[in-house]
Every structure is written in structure tokens, then in C-alpha cells.
Design a protein around this ligand. Structure first.
Ligand SMILES: [Zn+2]
Length: 905
């Protein structure tokens, strides 16, 4: 979810970019209603779900014979069942299967009723069976998928250029039933013994090691060891011409599997996994319980990664590191591994009882991954890096149509609605970090250990977590935490200082929900949304207050007009020290001026927090723009990548909004003047002791200067590109995207052709993504049309098909209408790679991206016509942002022009 080419995608970061690095599933939004949220410890009987709990599966013996030629599955299944009461019916999930030879305790079952639309099969037994153990067996014919869900076949191009295919699975949230009939809800934990028959030359990977392999003719029948009790969505099977690199961590065998011939590209991931596993074994207090942990690089296929227990699958672009990889690629590999491996505990060892509590999986894995990435890579400044995703979450959460972290999911077919990248992942992560800081790192870890120990090999609810944290801390954690997890939005803390005669400062603190309100046009929020917005939870806000450059002090804001002594009035003040909090702060004007005066000397985290907040306040009310720009002017000469990238982000938004207005050139000149000293100081080439973040800042600044008309930057980029065209080693992989994009943006026909020729030389997918995406920045209208044709052409191979959407979205920066026409004209081709994400992309990302392409009514009508009815709340969220951006554009242009005029005169 980070921009791999910072600054390339201005504004609503291109929609598909969101999904490329989104770990695990992602899809539709959650429901607004919280009426049925559990507030009690997990109980199997009370766990939500559609399937009755009177018949409970304990073990599956599953034997599948995939038929790739016919996209079919021949299966045999034997299920050990516990009847908890006398009953004559058995109900479970199935999808696209035909059951045959259905036997209950060896006797034929007279009625087998399969309803595909409900994804259910109901068996009626010859007579009711007594409580106790029984066995259900059947054969079935099922469907192999060609898109990445269920058991799917994935075509790909091998390193030698020849074509091949492999099989893999992707089950979360409810697609295990596409491979085999099962009780496909998370509370039904069972053991699995999987057997599969595949070509003899193929390797096979599942959750457990291979127990037996029998060869017959050109086929091999492989039986995997029986798994521990786990939910169906974590079962995994991959088979193909694969190879692995391996290592041991204590008793655990680690493997990184790739298409044969690429296994050396897994070396970095293997080294990462060794480190992460050792750290997590310690942190969680329960050692990884399976005998092995494999990571599997799947070419093409699904985007992101999936945390199957002991057999994690990844899109190969976020697991493999090649000589073409950038530091950004390597950071993505580490952080996504850290996320998926955290799930081996948060999600796999302890699974949420129902999808309502998905945050126990996703928020925890995101938070734990950021903590691990920061711990093991101190030069990456990882928490500062994560501030960008926190800001995106706060942007989404500042809308009246936002929703809580915990939201009710009424049936499992809507489970994917709970995977909201901004709220479930990023807000959840930020709230956990704030809670950890408040309770203390050791206390929080102790609570996590208690939680793991108490709920291992079982399920949990939020109440189980609160109980564990209460026990560890001796405090009522739920009281503080629930206002953050169970309500939409976050507070704006209003700080008002008064000074006594001696210059001592007393703060009066109050709070209200922070909203980015639509300032013009029709308000689209429904009455319910508006009611939701004014249902302002009184948040318990764990402030971290710093006076001057002293140590932060914890202050819990729990009542209105709370009074706090806060040093002297001539000292700087931060109420979000080290930018840990998930809230915003509005300071009174006198305190703002004091902070501006001391700004260049403040800790980086405090500067970042004030830039974030002041920019958000300017977005909410453009009259506050000068206060934000005063901070920008006070930055001084100590560089910090996140603070400066916040500034380039804000300036990019204004520059975009000013395009086509009379004030554009004056603003562009101002923006260039702001960035020029940074660029001059950093130069073009990295220095030996520079952190990756400062190197990224250099690329961001140069890219923006190139986009905003700095001709010396454009000329230098062209000079470097000429050297690169002759010899690809002339530019480091990290800088290629930036330089190629500057050249493309300013290219004429000959230059564009040269860039296109370079793109064709890409020797792997990493380069292919980079070179072809750079082409999409071209500013010339005619060449942009050529770029669009290239994005749709067979030059983009099947396994990189998901990139097409990203390319078309990149085109939107310079050519909104063209990009829109390409999207709407080739929708099926562009969305084919996103079978699960499609409705979310269309309902939410498309309005946020294309607000400037066509009239909003036209946009909304189109979106509504292309998404299913249950997605309408999502359309409302997308359109709320679109309307806001259009209104913001007018307000920012006016405020900016006035500011620039004031500077000139
Ligand atoms: Zn995840």
C-alpha cells in the first residue's frame, strides 16, 4: 500500500496501487450497523454464522484429482462428525459441486439437496441419528477456477520464455467451498488430511509436510500429514514445476518456493523469514506450532498475499528479490512477510470467532508487521513511513460515511465486506500502536501473550482480548479502547492555552469529531450517515504531550474543558509527540506561532504530526492554508523524508487543483522554490551514509520538480536516460522509475518511442511494471493515446495483467478524461484480474480517482450501474470523497491565489 514511485501518482493514489501490496484479501466495505456485535468472550454456540451447530465436523480426509485440461476437480471426502443432538439433517457449504455416493455411516443418504445460489447442501438422512460420532463420505465433481479463488490454474511464462501453468488456492473469506464441500465458517475448526494426484514431475506444497508419495505412471499421489485444528479458509494447496530454498529455525523447517529456476530470488525472503520467526516465537510466547513454514511465490494470480497456516502464498512480486529490485521492493517483501507471519498467530493459531472481529486478524497483523519491520531495519524509519498510510486512513475516516473498525457482518457471503484497507488494516494498526504506547510495551506484550495462551487452537472475540489486556495491565482497557474500535471517526482535540503573569501555560482541552465536510454542491450523505456522524463518541484520548524538546508526558483526555499545565508559553508544544496518536490537534493561534518559531528544532515526529494536522485543517477549511504554509517555510535544513513527503503531497494536491487556472504558473514557481533548496542539497546521486528514506525523498523532490516545470531537472533526467538507453546499468534500479517518468512526462514522439523500446527490453516482471508504468506519465495528448493502447496490448503478459489497471490509473494524472474513457471502454479486460476486489474498486476507488474526469452525476450514475446493490453504501463513500475534492479544489485555488498574491505584494 505504499507508493513504489513516490510522487508519480499524485492525488488519489492510483486505485490499483492500493491493492498490489495489500496483504491477504481485500474487498467490499463493512456495514454501518453495529447492532449485533459480540461483546462477550468467544463461545462456539454463540458464534454468528449460517450453519447450524448441532452437527460439528471434527476431521476431513480429502482426496482430490485436479483435471487441468477440463478445469475440473474429482474429489472423495470423508468427514468425521460429532452430532451434539439427535437429528436427521446435515447442512454444509458447497459451490459448483455435484455430490455422488453420499453415505452416512456407510448407508446411502436418500436426499441430497444442493442449492448453488445459497452455497449450501442439505442432506436428509434415512432416519435421525443419535448424538455421538458419525462418518459422512461422498464423491464429488467440482470446478477448477481460472481466476484466483478456490483451487485455480495459473498460466505463466517461465524464466526461459516458455509457457507453463501451476495450481494454487486462495480461500479467504469463503472460497474453500469452491474446492470441496465443507463447513466454511471460521468457528468450525477441524483437522485436515489432504491427498492430491498431480503430474509426477510437479512439486506439491500444503499446510503440513508430505507424509506419503506414491508414483503411478506419469502421476504422483501425495498425502500430507494431518493438520492441527484450523478453519477451512486457511487450508492451502499449490502444485507445479517448483523449487525451494530452505533453512531451519529451531525445530521449524522454513522454505521459500518459486517457479523452478527462480529459487535463488527467494534467498532474501528466506533470510527475512528466519529473523521474523525467531522474533515472533519470542514475542507471542507460544512457539510456531507446525513442523514447517513455507512461503510460496505464485506468478500472476492473486494480488497481495494469504496467510494459510504453514504455507503462505504471495504474489511473486512481493516475495522475490532480484537484481532488478529496488529498496522499495525489498521493503515491501519484508513488511508483507512480517504481516503474513504475524497471522500465523493472530488469525491462524487464534482465529476471530466471526468476521465481525476481523480486526483481531488484520489490525494486529498490520501493527505487528510494522513493529517488526521497524525493529529489524532501523535505517528504514519504518514508523514514519507508516504515517503515510495512517493519514490515508484518517482521510477516509473523516467522512460522514465512514464506519467502525468492528462492524457487523450479517452472513458469511458478505464477509469480504469486512476487509477495508483503510479502516480494518491501517486505522486498526494505528489504534493498537496508540494503545500499546499508553499501556507500555511490556504490559501490552504480556497481554498479547495471555491472549494467545488462553485462545490457542481456538477462536476469540474482542472481549477475550480486552480481558487479557485488563489482566496484564490492571486497568479497564476496554473502556479506553472500545471508543476507538466500535465507533467511526476520530477526535479533533482543541487546545486553548492561557498564560499567567509569570508566563506559565495552562491548556484547556476539549474534543469533537473531525470531519472533512463537503463545502459545496448537494450533500450526498443519507440521514443515517448524518446521524452516525453526530453520534460523537466521547473518545478517551491518550495524548502524548511534549513541551519544548523535553520527554513526552501521557495525558488521558476524558472530559471536556480538561485543564492541564503545559510548561511555559514561549516553549513549543506538541500534543501528539512522536506522531503516535490517531487524532488531530487544533492549537490556538498564539501556540501555533510559538511552534512555527521553534519548528526547525523540533523532533521530526512532532513536526510530522503538526504538518499532518495543519494540512488536514486546511483541507477542512482553506482559510487555514497560510498556517500550514508557515510550517513549510519554517522547515529549516534538517531533512526528514516523511515531513518533506507530507509537504510534497500537499503541494501536489494544490498544483493539480491549480492546473488550467490563471494562478497555476505562479503557484508552480512558488512550489519549485520550496523544493529547490532540498533538491540542491541532496543532489542527484546518493551519498554513502544516506538512509533509504532520504534517497526516496531525493527521488520524490526531483520527480515533482520535473513535473512542475523545472527545466534543469528535466534536462538532467534526459541526459541520464540517454546513458541508460545505451546501458541499463547506468541508472540504479531505485532511480529508474523517477528518471523514466520525468522523461516520459516531457517526451515528444521520438522520445516516447525510445522509452517504449526500452520497455520492451524488460527482462522480468519487476522491470516490466516499472518501464511500462513510466510510459503512462506522458503529457502529450496524442502520445497518451498510444500509451493507453500499449497498456491494453498483448505486450503486457498474462501474469502481469493486474498491472493494466494501474497503468490506466496512472494515465489519469495528466489525462483524466482519456483515462476514464479507457477504463469504461475496456472494463472487463481491466478488471479480470480482480475477481474479488472489483466491486470495491468500482464503487469506491473509481469515484475517488475520477472526480475530475467527468461531471459527478455522470460518474455516480455509471458507478451505480456497474456494482451490485449491497455496494451502494460504498458508492456513497466514494462519491462523498469525489464531491469533497471538487469543492476542495475551488476553495484551495482561491486560498492559494490569495496567499501567493500576498507574498508578491
Ligand atoms: Zn492480513
Amino acid at each position: 500500500m505504499r507508493r513504489t514511485l513516490p510522487g508519480m501518482l499524485t492525488l488519489a493514489a492510483a486505485l490499483a496501487a492500493l491493492f498490489q501490496q495489500l496483504p491477504c484479501a481485500a474487498a467490499e466495505p463493512a456495514r454501518a450497523s453495529n447492532a449485533s456485535l459480540p461483546d462477550e468472550p468467544f463461545s462456539f454456540d454463540k458464534a454468528w454464522g449460517r450453519l447450524p451447530k448441532n452437527v460439528v465436523p471434527l476431521d476431513y480426509s480429502l482426496n482430490i484429482v485436479p483435471d487441468i485440461a477440463n478445469h475440473a476437480i474429482h474429489g472423495e471426502e470423508s468427514i468425521k462428525l460429532q452430532f451434539r443432538e439427535r437429528t436427521g439433517t446435515i447442512q454444509f457449504n458447497s459451490l459448483n459441486q455435484t455430490l455422488d455416493h453420499v453415505l452416512f455411516d456407510g448407508k446411502p443418504v436418500p436426499v441430497v439437496d444442493t442449492v448453488n445460489e445459497r452455497q449450501l447442501t442439505t442432506l436428509t438422512l434415512a432416519e435421525p441419528a443419535a448424538p455421538g460420532m458419525h462418518t459422512l463420505t461422498f464423491n464429488y465433481e467440482g470446478k477448477m477456477e481460472t481466476r484466483p479463488f478456490g483451487l485455480f490454474v495459473q498460466p505463466f511464462v517461465k524464466p526461459d520464455g516458455s509457457k507453463d501453468q501451476l495450481l494454487s488456492t486462495k480461500f479467504e473469506a469463503t472460497d474453500a467451498r469452491r474446492m470441496f464441500p465443507c463447513w466454511d465458517e471460521p468457528a468450525f475448526r477441524t483437522t485436515f488430511a489432504l491427498t492430491a494426484t498431480v503430474p509426477v514431475a510437479w512439486s506439491t506444497v500444503s499446510n503440513m509436510p508430505i507424509a506419503k508419495r506414491v508414483l503411478h505412471d506419469d502421476q504422483a499421489t501425495v498425502t500430507f500429514a494431518r493438520s492441527p485444528k484450523m478453519p477451512t479458509y486457511l487450508l492451502e494447496f499449490t502444485a507445479g514445476s517448483l523449487a525451494a530454498v530452505t533453512a531451519d529455525v529451531g525445530p521449524t523447517k522454513l522454505g521459500v518456493w518459486t517457479v523452478r529456476g527462480q529459487e535463488n530470488d527467494g534467498a532474501t525472503a528466506l533470510a527475512n523469514a528466519k529473523q521474523i520467526l525467531a522474533d515472533y516465537n519470542d514475542y507471542f510466547g507460544v512457539a510456531f506450532p507446525l513442523p514447517k513454514l513455507d512461503s510460496i511465490a505464485v506468478p500472476g494470480g492473486f494480488t497481495g498475499a494469504m496467510e494459510n497456516w504453514g504455507a503462505i502464498t504471495y504474489n511473486d512480486q512481493i516475495l522475490l528479490v532480484t537484481p532488478s529490485s529496488t529498496i522499495g521492493n525489498k521493503q515491501a517483501v519484508f513488511s508483507v512477510q512480517a504481516h503474513e507471519m504475524a497471522h500465523q498467530w493472530n488469525g491462524d493459531l487464534v482465529t476471530m470467532g466471526w468476521w465481525d472481529d476481523l480486526w483481531l486478524n488484520e489490525s494486529f497483523a498490520s501493527w505487528r508487521a510494522a513493529k517488526e519491520t521497524d525493529l529489524r531495519n532501523p535505517s528504514w524509519n519504518w514508523w514514519e513511513n507508516e504515517d503515510a498510510s495512517k493519514e490515508r486512513a484518517m482521510d477516509a475516516d473523516a467522512r460522514v460515511t465512514s464506519h467502525p473498525i468492528r462492524s457487523h457482518v450479517s452472513n458469511e457471503l458478505e464477509a469480504r465486506s469486512a476487509f477495508d484497507p483503510q479502516i480494518t488494516y491501517s486505522k486498526g494498526q494505528a489504534v493498537l500502536r496508540m494503545l500499546e504506547a499508553y499501556l507500555g510495551e511490556d504490559t501490552f506484550r504480556d497481554g498479547v501473550r495471555r491472549f494467545m495462551k488462553a485462545r490457542a487452537f481456538s477462536n476469540a472475540t474482542s472481549a477475550d482480548l480486552w480481558n487479557a489486556l485488563n489482566a496484564a495491565s490492571g486497568r479497564d482497557v476496554r473502556k479506553i479502547a472500545a471508543s476507538w474500535t466500535d465507533h467511526a471517526g476520530f477526535p479533533l482535540v482543541i487546545a486553548s492555552a492561557s498564560c499567567d503573569a509569570a508566563g506559565n501555560r495552562t491548556l484547556s482541552l476539549s474534543q469533537k469529531r473531525f470531519l472533512l465536510q463537503n463545502r459545496g454542491g448537494a450533500q450526498n450523505a443519507t440521514t443515517a450517515d448524518a446521524a452516525n456522524a453526530v453520534d460523537m463518541a466521547e473518545w478517551n484520548v491518550p495524548l502524548q504531550m511534549r513541551v519544548g524538546n523535553g520527554k513526552p508526558v501521557a495525558v488521558l483526555l476524558a472530559q471536556d474543558d480538561q485543564r492541564v499545565a503545559a510548561g511555559r508559553c514561549d516553549e513549543a508544544l506538541s500534543l501528539n509527540a512522536d506522531v503516535i496518536g490517531y487524532y488531530r490537534v487544533a492549537y490556538d493561534q498564539a501556540t501555533l506561532h510559538t511552534n512555527v518559531a521553534h519548528f526547525a528544532q523540533l523532533p521530526f515526529g512532532d513536526r510530522i504530526a503538526q504538518l499532518d494536522d495543519q494540512w488536514a485543517l486546511a483541507e477542512a477549511d482553506a482559510r487555514q492554508l497560510p498556517d500550514y504554509l508557515a510550517f513549510v517555510a519554517a522547515m529549516g535544513s534538517k531533512f526528514d523524508e516523511r515531513a518533506w513527503e507530507q509537504i510534497t503531497h500537499a503541494l501536489s494536491i494544490i498544483e493539480y487543483d491549480e492546473r488550467g487556472t490563471p494562478g497555476h504558473e505562479a503557484f508552480a514557481a512558488y512550489a519549485r522554490a520550496v523544493l529547490k533548496p532540498v533538491a540542491d542539497s541532496l543532489g542527484w546521486d546518493p551519498k554513502a551514509d544516506e538512509t533509504p528514506g532520504i534517497q526516496r525523498l531525493r527521488r520524490t523532490v526531483l520527480n515533482d520538480l520535473g513535473a512542475w516545470g523545472d527545466q534543469t531537472v528535466v534536462e538532467e533526467a534526459r541526459r541520464r536516460f540517454a546513458a541508460f538507453a545505451a546501458n541499463h546499468d547506468a541508472i540504479r534500479p531505485d532511480d529508474q522509475g523517477m528518471i523514466l517518468s520525468i522523461v516520459a512526462r516531457n517526451a515528444d514522439a521520438a522520445g516516447f518511442e525510445q522509452l517504449h523500446a526500452v520497455a520492451k527490453t524488460a527482462k522480468n516482471e519487476t522491470e516490466l511494471r516499472r518501464y511500462y508504468t513510466a510510459l503512462m506519465n506522458v503529457r502529450d495528448e496524442g502520445l497518451a493515446k498510444q500509451a493507453a493502447e500499449i497498456a491494453l496490448s498483448p505486450e503486457i503478459p498474462e501474469q502481469a495483467a493486474a498491472q493494466r489497471l494501474n497503468m490506466v490509473a496512472t494515465l489519469d494524472d495528466e489525462h483524466p478524461l482519456l483515462s476514464w474513457q479507457v477504463l469504461t471502454g475496456h472494463l472487463d479486460a481491466l478488471m479480470a484480474a480482480y475477481p474479488q476486489y472489483g466491486p470495491l474498486i468500482l464503487s469506491r476507488n473509481v469515484p475517488e480517482q475520477y472526480w475530475n474526469a467527468v461531471p459527478l452525476d455522470e460518474l455516480e450514475t455509471w458507478v451505480k450501474a456497474h456494482v451490485p446493490e449491497p455496494m451502494l453504501p460504498n458508492v456513497a463513500r466514494g462519491m462523498e470523497v469525489a464531491r469533497f475534492k471538487l469543492a476542495e479544489k475551488a476553495a484551495l485555488v482561491q486560498a492559494t491565489d490569495a496567499f501567493i498574491a500576498g507574498k508578491v505584494h
